[in-house]
Design a binder for this molecule. Structure first.
Ligand SMILES: Nc1ncnc2c1ncn2[C@@H]1O[C@H](COP(=O)(O)OP(=O)(O)O)[C@@H](O)[C@H]1O
Ligand SMILES: [Mg+2]
Length: 345
């Protein structure tokens, strides 16, 4: 087992900078998720860790070993891709055995280790089948077995669940997290799906335009996003432009919102939809009118127009009340849940 240290990593193609100045410390046994929109440099970063893409600048260390110039097969990594990448003409067993054979592991040990890996991913008894005789979820389990059977120092996963349908994606991601915890294997996974990232990652790395925007636990990132990009990529958010003043925030239209602990110079206030409580008209709060109200079973999504003109999206638990467009009420913002931000990415 080993941690991974990435230092000042960059990849520049002629016309594009795919990755710039990425530095990360992945702890031994940690599950780290690279998260960001398509094209932000996640795959390129992962492929530089794997050794398939040569960095334009920077270093990669696995354990305490500098592997920047080592070929992939010398890095002892397990890889899983979105499209499974199984050998179609080889049985499940032979697919999983492949890396062990290449390493010259004795036949008896191969059999034991392959059987153990297949049992780990709940595919005992499937060894003789060809990949095409398996469902997508089963094929991805074979790919995971193939990656872990070599006892890699690091497991690298690139959008491993993206080809699975919603229910299966949900199940396989829970299995993947459990497996990773049991094996204690340092893991870096790439995804563009924030729910997936939040549900499996010990820490998330939010990327945009080739750069790291923020690194932190899911809760850190949700509650204390560093900039507007992160705030809107992870969850939903209301933004108000304006300036921080003693004990609060004043929007461009002159609305004063409660918000302690804003960083000096903050020019944007972010309020999560669930930080707003709807109360009766005339009660303490910001006077507002409902523009749209959508019932979602567990709660309501309500879009408000404040009397000062701003819009505010609210998510509120379903109680006895029904909310309707045109209804006048007051919106109470929990001051502890407002987050001050600096500008944009
Ligand atoms: N071999 C390449 N040649 C030129 N541009 C590339 C190459 N690989 C990736 N890119 C570009 O680098 C950027 C990041 O790509 P990628 O790492 O695949 O993003 P992601 O995995 O986050 O979707 C994109 O703009 C992509 O088009
Ligand atoms: Mg990608």
């Amino acid at each position: 087992m080993a941690g991974v240290r990435i230092d000042g990593l960059a990849k520049r193609y002629e016309a594009v900078t795919a990755v710039e100045g990425v530095s990360l410390d992945v702890r031994d046994g940690e599950f780290l998720v690279l998260l960001g929109p398509s094209g932000c440099g996640k795959t390129t970063t992962l492929r530089m860790v794997a050794g398939f893409v040569a960095p334009s600048a920077g270093r990669v260390e696995i354990g305490a070993r500098d592997v920047t110039h080592e070929p992939p097969y010398r890095r002892n990594i397990g890889l899983v891709f979105q499209n499974y990448a199984l050998f179609p003409h080889l049985s499940v067993e032979e697919n999983v055995a492949f890396g062990l054979r290449r390493r010259g592991v004795p036949e008896a040990a191969i059999r034991t280790r392959v059987a153990a890996a297949l049992a780990r991913v709940k595919l005992d008894g499937f060894g003789a089948r060809l990949p095409r005789a398996l469902s997508g979820g089963q094929q991805q389990r074979v790919a995971i077995a193939r990656a872990i059977v070599i006892e890699p120092d690091v497991l690298l996963l690139d959008e491993p669940l993206s080809n699975l349908d919603a229910q299966l994606r949900h199940d396989v991601r829970a299995e993947l997290r459990l497996l990773q915890t049991e094996l204690g294997i340092t893991t870096i996974m790439v995804t563009h799906d924030q729910d997936e990232a939040m549900s499996v990652g010990d820490r998330l790395v939010v990327m945009a335009r080739g750069r790291v925007q923020q690194v932190g636990t899911p809760a850190d990132i949700y509650r204390r996003p560093r900039n507007r990009f992160v705030a809107s990529f992870i969850g939903r958010a209301n933004f108000f432009a304006g300036r921080a003043e003693a004990g609060g925030f004043v929007t461009a239209s002159g609305l004063r919102l409660p918000a302690p602990d804003l960083p000096p110079g903050a020019d944007t206030l972010m309020i999560r939809p669930e930080a707003v409580t709807l109360v009766a008209q005339g009660a303490e709060g910001l006077p507002a009118t409902i523009e749209t109200a959508t019932y979602l079973g567990a709660g309501w999504e309500v879009d408000l127009r404040l009397s000062t003109g701003e819009r505010l999206s609210v998510v509120t638990p379903a109680g006895d009340r029904a909310w309707q467009p045109g209804q006048a009420l007051a919106a109470r913002i929990d001051p502890a849940l407002g987050v001050g931000l600096h500008g944009d990415v």
